[in-house]
Design a protein around this ligand. Structure first.
Ligand code: HEC
Length: 147
């Protein structure tokens, strides 16, 4: 009996440690960055489409989030994270790390420039989305594998 408890305890510890590791894994951290960027684009999109009223606080928050997460994103690609955790990262990233990082920096720079000259109405938010959105597809095309 006592042995069973020990095994159960050890198993629980392993599972616990496993889930912590998965959350901190570079694949998860970079996917979280992209999720946050996607959410921020969704907020801007709702304003651009007129589903939400223009709100400078929301626009500023979304642009800050894109700038911060785009800067953080390329820091989570260590060589041992090419596979695992459902990553959609293409092996091309590790062959062209400078170009890849440059594209993330470009997105961050575009968001930062928009923060300095905040889109002041619905139409301007739509235009900002085009500027930002050009970065998404062009990087995904080369560096995001469709698994
Ligand atoms: C520097 C290249 C790059 C840029 C720029 C970029 N992405 Fe990504 N994106 C990726 C890569 C690589 C992945 C796959 C990451 C992984 O699974 O490890 C990804 C994944 C995603 C995901 C899926 C996240 C998940 O749940 O796993 C979303 C959503 C996303 N990107 C949205 C965007 C949007 C919106 C933009 C533009 C505002 C954007 N991305 C710009 C490279 C980029």
């Amino acid at each position: 009996m006592k042995k069973n408890y020990l095994i159960a305890g050890a198993l629980a510890l392993c599972l616990g440690a496993g889930s912590v590791m998965a959350q901190d894994a570079p694949q998860m951290l970079r996917q979280d960055d992209m999720k946050a960027i996607g959410q921020a684009m969704g907020q801007l999109g709702a304003i651009a489409k007129g589903q939400k009223d223009y709100d400078p606080v929301v626009v500023e928050g979304a642009l800050s989030s894109i700038a911060d997460h785009a800067k953080d994103f390329p820091t989570h690609f260590p060589p041992d994270s090419k596979t695992g955790n459902d990553t959609e990262a293409s092996p091309a990233i590790w062959e062209n790390m400078d170009d890849f990082t440059g594209r993330a920096d470009k997105l961050a720079a575009d968001a930062t420039a928009l923060l300095a000259d905040l889109p002041a109405n619905q139409a301007a938010v739509g235009k900002a989305m085009q500027t930002l959105g050009a970065n998404c597809g062009s990087c995904h095309e080369i560096y995001r594998a469709k698994n």
